[in-house]
Design a protein around this ligand. Structure first.
Ligand SMILES: Nc1ccn([C@@H]2O[C@H](COP(=O)(O)OP(=O)(O)OP(=O)(O)O)[C@@H](O)[C@H]2O)c(=O)n1
Ligand SMILES: C[C@](O)(CO)[C@H](O)COP(=O)(O)O
Length: 228
């Protein structure tokens, strides 16, 4: 089923500490953003990519798209203060029906084969997200004292892409802005509308490159893929 994807790429990469937007760092001689975009460039069902970028990164991004023959980027939008604002700026540009995905530029290792089941789930339910079962024990704290151990069997570490019927996601973002609500993922805005969100089991390789340690895991994933 055809879809469009919003790629938020307008962060600062503060936790990576690289002094630049982390998605411009290279992995295996290729910028992280290009690894991510190639997944959708090579997916025949992807009809278009909307890229949210920092104005100061725009020229570099455009030359990277040309250099690496990424042709499906249909529009650039300016990023906002938070991830949610960047995505809303993009949503306002998309303005059509159908299925819309949101996928972090900082997740370059998405397995294209997971897209089919995610999109099918979104088509049926209106909202679907990738996630993996949590492996560590998770606790809530008050200060640095344990307040509660969260029962693990129902815990998922949620990823992107997150897939939605466009009308549902647009209403969720509109309502969140009206209520001045800030969520850390797109599904949390949809959940506020009382909509069901389906979890589709993804891959532990689909990591978000956030802190320097994640680059070690990234190198290992790249090596694994080269050896396959
Ligand atoms: N205002 C923002 C913040 C984040 N993002 C994007 O959202 C994704 C997930 O955000 P995160 O991993 O937090 O990236 P940064 O915000 O760059 O990281 P940090 O919080 O460490 O600065 C990234 O692809 C990032 O580029 C965005 O488009 N606009
Ligand atoms: C959307 C997300 O990738 C799901 O795990 C995550 O919430 C993004 O968090 P960030 O702090 O904006 O990177």
């Amino acid at each position: 089923m055809a879809y469009r994807v919003i790629i938020p790429a307008a962060g600062q990469g503060k936790r990576m500490g690289a002094g630049k937007n982390k998605i411009l760092l290279e992995l295996n001689q290729l910028p992280i953003i290009i690894h991510t975009l190639r997944v959708f460039e090579m997916d025949e069902d992807c009809e278009g990519i909307i890229l949210a970028v920092n104005p100061q990164d725009e020229d570099e991004m455009k030359s990277l798209l040309d250099k690496h023959q990424i042709t499906k980027v249909t529009s650039f939008v300016s990023g906002g203060k938070e991830r949610q604002h960047s995505i809303y700026n993009a949503l306002k540009q998309v303005g059509q029906e159908g299925i819309i995905l949101v996928h972090d530029a900082a997740r370059p290792f998405l397995d294209k084969n997971l897209l089919r089941s995610l999109i099918e789930a979104a088509k049926t339910s209106g909202a679907a997200i990738l996630g993996v079962p949590v492996k560590d024990t998770v606790k809530k704290a008050t200060g640095n004292f344990v307040a509660e151990t969260v029962e693990r069997t129902s815990l998922w570490a949620v990823q992107t892409p997150q897939a939605f019927r466009f009308s549902i996601l647009f209403e969720a973002y509109r309502k969140a802005e009206e209520d001045n609500f800030l969520g850390t993922d797109d599904a949390s805005l949809v959940e506020r509308l009382g909509k069901d969100v389906v979890i589709v089991e993804g891959s532990y390789d689909n990591i978000k490159l956030t802190t320097p340690e994640d680059l070690y895991f990234a190198e290992a994933i790249i090596r694994k893929r080269i050896e396959q």
